[in-house]
Design a protein around this ligand. Structure first.
Ligand SMILES: [Zn+2]
Ligand SMILES: [Zn+2]
Ligand SMILES: [Zn+2]
Length: 282
């Protein structure tokens, strides 16, 4: 297969393996670069006012976006997270109503995938496929969004139960944002609609982590950033518990889950928690 994303991503996503395996990887699956909600790409209509300072850069003194929400990225245009900024802070990027250029340093996730990544069958059969990088990716760089269908909590629970009963793979994640007054949940299911992030496996010592990023919509993008330098050829991983905020041990407390239903973790990390974490609230 030429491109797993079928031309949707800015860069081609290759498949390493047989044509048969490549077809199995994308069978019954529609590729989108960003999540969809109610049948529409999230943010296809912009819900925010943009910043208006034509000809000037989005310096926080003059920019409505950065001045209000703060800056999470370095201002050098490299798109790297600023390590001095609290990594729990939600990120607001310049949006389609902003007057700044497409190259504005506060547009990173909005510009999409820029690294060459590839899908392949994992050496460990139970893991299915994997996503790996052909490029060296520096720590702090945005890699890709976890895109899928945005669903309500009750629908996420229904699908999760169904997939568990049929022993189907479960890709649903719930991103939680804690504000002072409430917890904001976003449930994402990339089972039938989504992007290459669905091929990313769990690791107890991952090289990617989630940040929530808002561009045109109140619904956040679940954006995966490199938490360490990633050498070319390395598999990309995130901690499923990072999205669910529930570790393997805590999950065993849930009475609905039989011990046998838990899935063994084969990440091979020295600190491996033995079982895949999952969300007890789903
Ligand atoms: Zn601005
Ligand atoms: Zn702006
Ligand atoms: Zn801007």
């Amino acid at each position: 297969m030429e491109d797993i994303s079928q031309g949707a991503e800015r860069v081609r996503i290759s498949f390493s393996g047989t044509a048969e395996d490549a077809h199995a990887a994308v069978e019954g699956f529609t590729y989108v670069c960003s999540s969809i909600a109610d049948g529409q790409i999230v943010g296809s209509e912009c819900a925010y006012d943009g910043c208006d300072h034509t000809g000037l850069s989005c310096d926080d003194v003059v920019c409505g976006c950065v001045g209000v929400h703060g800056a999470a990225y370095k201002r050098d245009g490299t798109g790297m997270l600023d390590p001095s900024v609290d990594d729990h802070m939600p990120i607001f990027e310049c949006n389609s109503n902003c007057s700044c250029e497409a190259s504005c340093w506060n547009r990173v996730v909005g510009r999409g995938l820029r690294w060459k990544v590839f899908v392949a069958k994992h050496a460990i059969r139970s893991k299915g496929f994997m996503l790996a990088s052909l490029d060296f990716i520096p720590k702090g760089a945005f890699v890709l969004e976890y895109a899928g269908e945005i669903i309500r909590a009750d629908e996420a629970e229904r699908r999760w139960e169904y997939q568990r009963k049929l022993k189907l793979p479960n890709y649903i994640i719930c991103i939680r944002e804690h504000t002072t007054s409430r917890i904001f949940r976003t449930n994402i299911d990339p089972s039938v609609v989504g992007n290459a992030a669905r091929f990313i496996n769990h690791s107890c010592e991952p090289n990617l982590a989630f940040r929530t990023v808002r561009i045109n919509s109140m619904i956040p993008s679940a954006a995966l950033f490199a938490t360490q330098d990633i050498p070319a050829g390395q598999e990309l991983t995130f901690d499923y518990g990072d999205a669910c905020l529930i570790s393997g041990e805590d999950a065993s407390l849930d009475s609905r889950i039989e011990k046998d239903d838990r899935i063994r973790c084969d990440c091979g990390a020295p600190s491996c928690r033995q079982f895949l974490p999952y969300d007890v609230t789903l």
